[in-house]
Design a binder for this molecule. Structure first.
Ligand code: UD1
Ligand code: UDP
Length: 374
């Protein structure tokens, strides 16, 4: 029996950890599970908690409008002291690359609590891209005792950094468990997507998201101009649920509001977003998680980044790096929309990031691990 404390704070961490929370909770003979949320995100996190019906045992509620990286990290570290004192876990589980991921891992380290890192080993090799996520990943790997790597390439990156081989487990990404489960439940009618009264069935749906810090400012502006240019085509409809970050929200609306072929939305609940992904012709994004989900749904991605820590789908040809160059984005989008052979090449269903069994594999490893009470 081990006391497991999950700590997460943002939308993507929640999407990728809630299925694991549910999985471990289904094995009470092995695990006593508690959930702490930092609420680095507030509304975008709550949307996911609601979708997976996960009720946190601790909620630090620490999001502030326009929070800075340093102040956010300091609040998480301080909050972790209270949570760890109350929960007294044998293991802390974190996921991914956010400031919650790193600060929760560091907080656990200060209390000598071992850390399991889910989605370990993703690297671009450039601490500036993605920023600050690459550093969060490197530092979390230094702290973690268990490394759940989604792919062999991620495992290789960890080995290159001197992580002990016996502490690395290649499981696939828990985000693929989430997306395949939601897609299946939608298909079986067990989950309902909302009505989309404005969706034009005569047009090809281009789904858009954009929120990376290294794109803020000029890069983001160029990407928005490219979207406006693409939306001049009469055969497409761009649908863009806009991230709540003020560096994104303001510029997205000021560039794209009022355009006939563009629908700007609030961040969508996960089930609704998966429904739009499956209805889309293509996805234009700089998101990490969507890069992983799209190949499993057979959707081509134009990636608004210069570098990616998820090279597998780029190598397979279903995700294309287009950066934030306006002309390149428009040209690559047009190529996909107009060239049937290119479209077919990029629309192959494949699962480079997992087969939907990551949570089961992680549960098996943790159940067998000696999580000795301290
Ligand atoms: C964070 C993560 C990023 C991750 C992204 C997923 C860090 C440094 N960044 O970026 O790695 O890819 O989440 O979406 O950990 N806000 C709201 N409501 C919300 C969420 C955000 O109003 O539900 C606004 C607030 O003004 C907040 C700001 O967005 O201060 C920034 O949030 P923050 O979590 O610091 O950064 P993200 O850009 O969301
Ligand atoms: N997503 C969502 N609603 C939206 C946009 C995205 O539920 O309106 C999901 C998406 O399917 C993916 C995750 O949020 O699972 C990605 O989160 P985000 O892009 O915020 O972060 P990243 O993955 O880039 O860290």
């Amino acid at each position: 029996m081990g006391r497991i404390l999950f700590v997460f704070g943002t939308r993507p961490e929640a999407i990728k950890l809630c299925p694991l929370v549910q999985r471990l909770r289904a094995q009470p003979e092995h695990f006593q599970v508690k959930v702490a949320v930092t609420a680095q995100h507030r509304d975008m996190l709550d949307q996911v908690l609601e979708a997976f019906r996960v009720h946190p045992d601790f909620d630090l509620d620490l999001m502030q409008p326009e929070q800075t990286l340093g102040a956010l990290t300091a609040r998480i570290l301080a909050g972790m002291e209270t949570v760890l004192s109350a929960a007294r876990p044998d293991l802390v589980v974190v996921q991914g690359d956010t400031n919650t991921t790193f600060a929760a891992a560091l907080g656990a380290f200060y209390r000598r609590v071992p850390v399991a890192h889910v989605e370990a080993g993703l690297r671009t090799g450039d601490l500036g891209q993605p920023f600050p996520e690459e550093m969060n990943r490197v530092l979390t790997s230094r702290i973690a005792a268990f490394h759940f790597a989604p792919t062999r390439a991620a495992e290789a990156a960890l080995l290159r950094e001197g992580v002990a081989a016996e502490t690395i487990f290649v499981t696939g990404n828990t985000g693929i468990d989430a997306v395949l489960w939601v897609r299946g439940a939608l298909e079986r009618g067990e989950l309902q997507a909302p009505e989309w009264p404005w969706l034009d069935p005569a047009k090809r749906l281009v789904l858009v998201t954009c929120h990376r810090r290294e794109n803020f400012g000029p890069g983001f502006d160029r990407a928005m101009r490219a979207l406006a240019a693409l939306a001049e085509r009469p055969d497409v409809q761009l649908v863009y649920p806009v991230h709540r970050n003020p560096n994104v929200l303001g510029p997205a609306h000021s560039r794209l509001d009022g355009h006939a072929n563009i629908v700007l939305l609030d961040p969508l609940p996960y089930v609704a977003f998966v429904d739009l992904m499956r209805r889309s012709a293509m996805i234009v994004t700089d998101s990490g998680g969507i890069q992983e989900e799209a190949p499993s749904l057979g959707k081509p991605v134009l990636l608004l980044r210069e570098k990616t820590e998820r090279p597998e789908a780029v190598a397979a040809g279903t995700v294309k790096l287009v950066g934030t160059d306006e002309r390149q984005i428009v040209a690559e989008a047009a190529r996909l929309l107009d060239d049937a052979a290119e479209y077919a090449r990029m629309t192959r269903v494949h699962n480079p990031y997992g087969d939907g069994t990551a949570c089961a594999q992680i549960a098996q490893v943790l159940a067998g691990a000696a999580l000795l009470p301290r």
